[in-house]
Design a protein around this ligand. Structure first.
Ligand code: G6P
Ligand code: ZN
Length: 543
């Protein structure tokens, strides 16, 4: 086996977005694209020699080939050990756990999360650090700098490694360890939740439907829910991971998980429904006829986490991304714990978790998690809900009704305008920026602006500063609209409009969100002139 040093040159467009580098699969398959990016990561972390890495992905199209390329490159760069799941499969939270458990120096995670997979769809690569969490901005900036100056990469001239068996093998000086993709993760879950009580719930006839959306959580959910907790076989549906996710969007929200929504609102709805995304870090929670928004789910978990053994001591603090609703802030205030507001992206929670300032975090984008790993964790959120349901004996609808009666309801909706011309989207955002100073005091659709700014964040642990994280406009009466361009799209720009209104009147806690938010929606249009800028009459997706 020979180490080859192959000459290359910088390739444009290797700037990471909200969560690693995400591109069309064909771009990743283009000559030297993946190789350049992997070597740039290795260069940015000061080389791979003598280091241990975790490597795995969500099984989407090109996962298997990419794993082999990265193995050959890590070996050629003299890594000491690479740990991967069988067939190169690891969910994102399982990869994060493995990095922490094995004290690895970092991990390479192959996924484009909830984006569709396939030759004509999306692929992605992100590097996680030794704490198990996504690379910080300092590191992603260093990686980007390397992509712009790269001249060569190292590659082992060797055949593919057989990843089907759980075994140790060697590639040059590098040990390749192939582990069961699920068992360490499942064991971790058992330390956090009351498996006996949850198993009792299933024994008593409680019915659940977990939709794995043909993505990576299928084997994890089957192992935990059906094998360990005794839920009946068939509780997990669409549980075999497919390279193209069955042609669907593996994105757990009412739009893309409409099959599950149909069942949960139908005549034979089970007690509890849940779904996860392509790489297993997102979640959707739905009761019988009762969809729970991610922001509400975070707040409910904050209020009840102490019912799960891993959180019995209570939470040290909570954090949410800025566009996430303030529902969790109200719980934090009542419990007198700190509440942090961070920019969008899980990477901003890492430092707060490492410093012990928070033990629960979440985002409106269907991510919830805790200090057990440094990623959001879909199945973890589902188990937390099961634990809360088992401990309280209440249904999802009852839990939410009680929660709103106690804390008020933060009505919430997100309107997405997808594949908008980037120039037009930027014009809209610039138009908002220009108006900011003059907005306070003005009224739109009966709502008076109280504050308007562009969100910036200074991490209280690392002191790093992040700017331009979305325009927020607060109205009198606890209403808010946030405008932001997505950082994960691969086509044009996606404008996200986040709408929120707090209602504390007990007679008004049961309205459709779009009705409750009508004035906020109208004010958002008046201020941003979305129709004029985008040429769209309505959002593509409302969640
Ligand atoms: C990824 C990140 C999340 C983030 C989301 C935002 O899923 O892991 O932490 O909330 O992207 O996506 P957006 O498209 O709104 O930038
Ligand atoms: Zn994901």
């Amino acid at each position: 086996m020979k180490i080859q040093h192959i000459t290359t040159q910088p390739i444009d467009g290797q700037k990471a977005g909200t969560s690693g580098l995400r591109r069309k699969t064909r771009d990743f398959m283009a000559p030297q694209f993946l190789e350049n990016y992997v070597q740039s990561i290795i260069n940015a972390i000061g080389g791979a020699a003598g280091k241990r890495f975790v490597l795995g992905g969500d099984g989407r199209f090109f996962n298997a080939e990419a794993i082999q390329i990265i193995l050959r490159m890590l070996a050629a760069n003299d890594a000491a050990q690479v740990i991967t799941g069988r067939n190169g499969i690891l969910s994102t939270p399982a990869a994060s756990h493995l990095i922490r458990q094995t004290q690895a120096d970092g991990g390479f995670i192959l996924s484009a999360s909830h984006n569709p997979g396939g030759l004509d769809e999306d692929f992605g690569l992100k590097f996680n650090m030794s704490n198990g969490g996504p690379a910080t901005e300092t590191l992603t900036d260093a990686i980007l700098a390397q992509t712009k100056s790269i001249t060569s990469y190292a590659m082992m001239d060797s055949p593919d490694i057989d990843l089907t068996a759980q075994a140790d093998t060697a590639l040059g000086n590098t040990q390749i360890r192939i582990v069961d993709s699920v068992s360490d993760y499942a064991a971790l879950m058992e330390t956090l939740f009351d498996f006996d009580t949850i198993a009792g719930l299933f024994q008593s006839g409680f019915r659940m439907r977990f939709d794995a959306m043909h993505a990576v959580t299928g084997p994890y959910a089957k192992a935990v829910l059906e094998t360990r907790l005794g839920a009946p076989e068939g509780t997990v549906v669409n549980g075999t991971p497919l390279p193209d996710f069955g042609g669907g969007h593996p994105d757990p929200n009412p739009i893309w998980a409409h099959e599950l929504m149909g069942v949960m609102t139908g005549p034979d709805a089970p007690d509890f429904g849940a779904a996860s995304d392509g790489d297993g870090d997102r979640n959707m929670i739905v009761g019988r006829g009762a969809y729970v928004t991610p922001s509400d789910s975070l707040a409910l978990i904050a209020a009840h986490a102490h019912l799960a053994p891993g959180y019995r001591e209570g939470l040290s603090g909570v954090a949410r991304s800025m566009p996430t609703s303030a529902a969790v802030d109200r719980v934090a205030a009542a419990k007198q714990i700190a509440c942090f507001e961070t920019p969008t992206g899980w990477k901003f929670f890492g430092a707060l978790l490492d410093a012990g300032k928070v033990s629960l975090c979440g985002e409106e984008s269907a991510g919830t998690g805790s200090g057990h790993v440094r990623e959001k964790d879909g199945l973890w959120a589902v188990l937390m809900w099961l634990n809360i349901i088992a401990a309280t004996g209440k249904s999802v609808a009852e839990l939410m009704a009680d929660h709103w009666a106690t804390y008020g309801r933060n009505y919430y909706s997100r309107h997405d305008y997808e594949a908008v011309d980037s120039g037009k989207a930027n014009d809209l955002m610039n138009g908002l920026r220009d108006q900011l100073a003059g907005l306070p005091g003005q009224s739109f659709a009966g709502l008076t602006v109280q504050m308007a700014d562009e969100f910036a964040y200074t991490c209280p642990v690392e002191n790093s500063h992040t700017t331009a994280q979305g325009i927020r406009i607060g109205f009198a009466g606890d209403a808010r609209v946030v405008f932001r361009l997505s950082g994960t799209g691969t086509q044009g720009a996606t404008l996200r409009v986040y709408l929120e209104l707090l209602e504390t009147d007990s007679a008004k806690l049961d309205m459709p969100a779009e009705t409750a938010l009508a004035a906020v929606i109208a004010a958002a249009e008046q201020i941003a002139e979305i129709k004029a800028h985008t040429g769209r009459d309505a959002p593509d997706v409302k969640t």
